[in-house]
Design a protein around this ligand. Structure first.
Ligand SMILES: [Zn+2]
Ligand SMILES: [Zn+2]
Length: 147
């Protein structure tokens, strides 16, 4: 049961990430997300971006769930917190390390899924105009990017 809860929380986080990115980060919190888009168009990279604040925002509920679960001796909140944390780690590795190359690792991955993720995220960072952002999710996207 706890393993299922970890997986369901992980998958649900893709929906949370997609909806927050689309409606909040590109909405009223655009001022924190904007520099992430500027750095990819100008090529000027800084060690930290204002956008990194979202990692902290996502980490807080995960930490609260894990601590609460441990205090109550209940595995369920810990499992949900673990699913959120696992998603955060996966997002960081794929989006920040593999795609944006914030760490010089996996520079030439030929894994077909990774290649497709790169194409899909390209579509987010290179819109034909500023009202035409696509692909707000990360792990789930149109199958056309596999071709
Ligand atoms: Zn964006
Ligand atoms: Zn990006």
């Amino acid at each position: 049961m706890t393993a299922i809860l970890v997986i369901v929380s992980f998958l649900f986080m893709e929906f949370v990430a997609w909806s927050n990115h689309k409606y909040i980060m590109h909405g009223f919190m655009w001022k924190f997300h904007k520099d992430h888009h500027v750095s990819t168009t100008t090529g000027i990279k800084t060690i930290f971006e204002k956008n990194d604040i979202f990692f902290l925002i996502y980490a807080v509920p995960a930490i609260i769930l894990i601590i609460t679960g441990l205090m109550l001796g209940s595995a369920y909140p810990v499992a949900i917190g673990a699913g959120i944390t696992l998603y955060g780690f996966t997002y960081f590795m794929i989006h920040d390390v593999i795609y944006h190359q914030r760490l010089p690792l996996f520079t030439n991955s030929r894994n077909p899924y990774i290649v497709a993720i790169k194409r899909a995220h390209d579509a987010h960072h290179r819109p034909s105009n500023t009202n035409d952002f696509n692909n707000f999710g990360l792990l789930v996207f149109s199958t056309k990017y596999f071709k």
